[in-house]
Design a binder for this molecule. Structure first.
Ligand code: SF4
Length: 293
């Protein structure tokens, strides 16, 4: 929807007022009314819109829609203040985002047994980012994503691609362990994922690999099976935030199985390897001698 300069100024002024009150986070309610043809066309012309074929768009269940219900290209994207605004150095930007997160109690997971926040780890200038679902027990204990058995497998997968774990960036959709490793709730994802979006905009990866159905469906807003989601590229722009680098506005996103799933069903490793080979080709990585073990 196009906003008049006057309305934009009024909104900017209102947001500045909220900022003075210490309110920094804004979320738009899902739009329930049907869009007019004109506004739908305007949405499709938005450069931040994820490039999804119309036939792939399916209604998501309320829980699965999670973070992607946040705005894409709304006025808040431009006006919501961020502490890392104007900071082009990814190391500094990530530090500011982490400081902003603080000892976060923004959602109920803060009080449901988490030991610590698991922010993300790796090279702040990484070309390749892996995004999983949520921390588990080992991650909660150590404060680092993917450090348990599934983490070991992910490290092996990264090595099989000819990279070291330190050369990529690894994060999750949410940053606190849900009790009993349950699937994150929609509102938890909505509350937490803006920080992930800011991390992505700061790191500016060339390629993002979504690990598992929850990460893929949340990032892409597509409620589909893994077999349909895998094996293709998506254009992904972080929701509600723009990079400080005008030359970067999106990453290519691929979907593969979560390492925890591969531990349960090792026969799927071959399929995962195909996904990783697709990523390697995109990044110009040399194929290693042998596949994932
Ligand atoms: S999951 Fe995210 S939003 Fe919820 S308390 Fe943890 S860091 Fe905060």
């Amino acid at each position: 929807m196009a906003l008049s300069p006057e309305l934009r100024r009024a909104l900017a002024s209102r947001l500045a007022y909220y900022r003075e009150l210490g309110i920094y986070d804004f979320y738009r309610r899902p739009i329930t009314s049907s869009l007019s043809a004109g506004s739908a066309a305007a949405d499709l012309s938005n450069p931040n819109e994820v490039a999804i074929q119309p036939e792939q768009r399916e209604e998501m269940s309320p829980r699965k829609s999670a973070a992607v219900q946040a705005d894409r290209g709304s006025v808040f994207e431009v006006l919501t203040p961020r502490s890392e605004s104007g900071v082009s150095d990814p190391i500094r930007a990530l530090k500011l985002i982490r400081e902003d997160l603080g000892d976060c109690t923004r959602c109920r997971l803060a009080k449901q047994g988490r030991k610590q926040i698991v922010f993300g780890v790796g090279d702040p200038k990484a070309e390749l980012m892996f995004i999983g679902e949520a921390p588990g027990a080992d991650e909660d204990q150590q404060g680092e994503p993917f450090v348990g058995r599934a983490g070991q497998l992910l490290t092996n997968m990264i090595k099989a691609m000819g990279l070291e774990r330190e050369q990529v960036y690894i994060a999750n959709i949410i940053k606190c362990r849900p009790p009993n490793n349950r699937t994150p709730e929609r509102d938890e994802c909505e509350t937490c994922s803006p920080f992930l979006m800011r991390q992505i905009a700061a790191i500016k990866p060339k390629v993002i690999v979504a690990l598992g159905a929850v990460a893929a469906r949340t990032l892409l807003a597509i409620n589909d099976s893994m077999s349909n989601l895998r094996g293709r590229w998506y254009e992904f722009a972080p929701t509600g935030v723009r990079s400080e680098d005008p030359s970067w506005n999106s990453a290519k996103l691929a979907v593969t199985y979560h390492p925890a799933f591969l531990l349960r069903d090792p026969r799927q490793k071959k399929e995962a390897w195909k996904d990783l080979q697709m990523v390697m080709k995109e990044l110009g990585l040399k194929p290693p001698a042998k596949a994932v073990e």
